[in-house]
Design a protein around this ligand. Structure first.
Ligand code: HEC
Ligand code: HEC
Length: 286
């Protein structure tokens, strides 16, 4: 072996390649060895403390000497949450939506869970945060995130919409009105002045939309003077609504709000929470 393989007395393994590369037997640094040993010990402790190895016993795995399970940890966390929630849930059980609304702390609690409930049960039709959803007929489910209410914006009205559902009916007029009459009415409605034509009263539109054309909340008939459109608001679209009606079968405009009480999908408390949540969007105005 030549001198160039001598590194200050460190012995080599005797392996030499290309007559140039030697293989020294240097020890790894002490900090590195300590790290290696510590992590090996850590592995064994961890392995024994926590559930680890699959074995052929009834549980199918070694349970670990610490007795830890993900379920008990989750349940412990949950009981902390339940304790906080329980206080509020017990309180709102016997309260009306209006009473909840009058209690600032409860309202805050309820609005938070209302947001989740709304996302799960309502957003598919009413859009995220109640912005409404539009299909080719126009606005399929009304905007809730405003202060314009078909059925009234009092907390009781909103609660009733959710529990009982809503399904406004407008009779079709294609067999009782001529094309010219439909055209005249549609143009008057499109201009926001339904009463500008005597036909509006003569043909019985006032029976449902009111003498002033502003709608009646008892039957969810739309306000025809505010340029807020449920369905297609163009003259053609309005003609279609007048001719074919609403919720009277195939060919008519369809807008059905399901009853969440009948569906049994939501508890009483959940429907109250949603009423308060939706009210907070813009309830109370009309
Ligand atoms: C299948 C679609 C659909 C789902 C799901 C749905 N809605 Fe509706 N909702 C409608 C339609 C359509 C209307 C309008 C009914 C009409 O025009 O007669 C409506 C009307 C309403 C109204 C009355 C609005 C007004 O202007 O007076 C409220 C309040 C309401 N929905 C709240 C909710 C809440 C809260 C949920 C979830 C728990 C929900 N809706 C789930 C379709 C839906
Ligand atoms: C039987 C009651 C009834 C009669 C009669 C009736 N309507 Fe309606 N109309 C309604 C209801 C209820 C709605 C709202 C439906 C909804 O939003 O789900 C409506 C909606 C409309 C709309 C759609 C408004 C929008 O925002 O898109 C127009 C337009 C309309 N009616 C015009 C008329 C005209 C014009 C007449 C007279 C020829 C008339 N209606 C007669 C009940 C009636």
């Amino acid at each position: 072996m030549s001198d160039k393989h001598d590194a200050g007395g460190v012995p080599t393994t005797g392996h030499v390649w290309d007559d140039d590369l030697g293989d020294f037997t240097n020890q790894p640094p002490k900090w590195w060895m300590l790290g290696l040993t510590a992590s090996a010990i850590w592995c064994v402790v961890y392995f024994l403390y926590y559930p680890s190895i699959p074995v052929s016993n009834a549980q199918g795995y070694f349970k670990g000497i610490g007795g830890w399970t993900a379920i008990t940890e989750m349940e412990a966390d949950k009981s902390v949450v339940d304790e906080v929630r329980g206080k509020y849930e017990a309180k709102l059980k016997d309260m009306t939506p209006a009473a909840i609304l009058a209690d600032g702390e409860l309202t805050e609690y309820v609005t938070r869970s209302g947001k989740v409930l709304f996302g799960d049960n309502c957003a598919a039709c009413h859009g995220t945060n109640g912005v409404g959803t539009v299909d080719k007929q126009g606005l399929f489910a009304p905007i809730l995130n405003d202060d314009d209410w078909l059925y009234g914006g009092k907390i009781e009205d909103i609660h009733a919409s959710i529990t009982g559902g809503r399904q406004a009916v407008m009779t079709p007029h294609k067999d009782v009105l001529s094309a010219a009459e439909i055209d005249t009415l549609a143009n008057a409605v499109a201009a926001g002045k339904p009463t500008s034509t005597p036909l509006f009263t003569e043909k019985g539109c006032t029976a449902c939309h009111g003498a002033d054309g502003k709608g009646m909340q008892a039957m969810g008939s739309a306000n025809l003077t505010d340029s807020v459109w449920r369905f297609d608001g163009s003259v053609e679209g309005i003609k279609y609504t007048i001719a074919n009606g609403v919720n009277v079968g195939p060919g008519s405009r369809i807008a059905v709000m399901p009853s969440f009480q009948a569906a049994g999908k939501l508890s009483d408390a959940e429907m109250k929470k949603l009423a308060v949540y939706v009210y907070k969007f813009g309830g109370g105005k009309n």
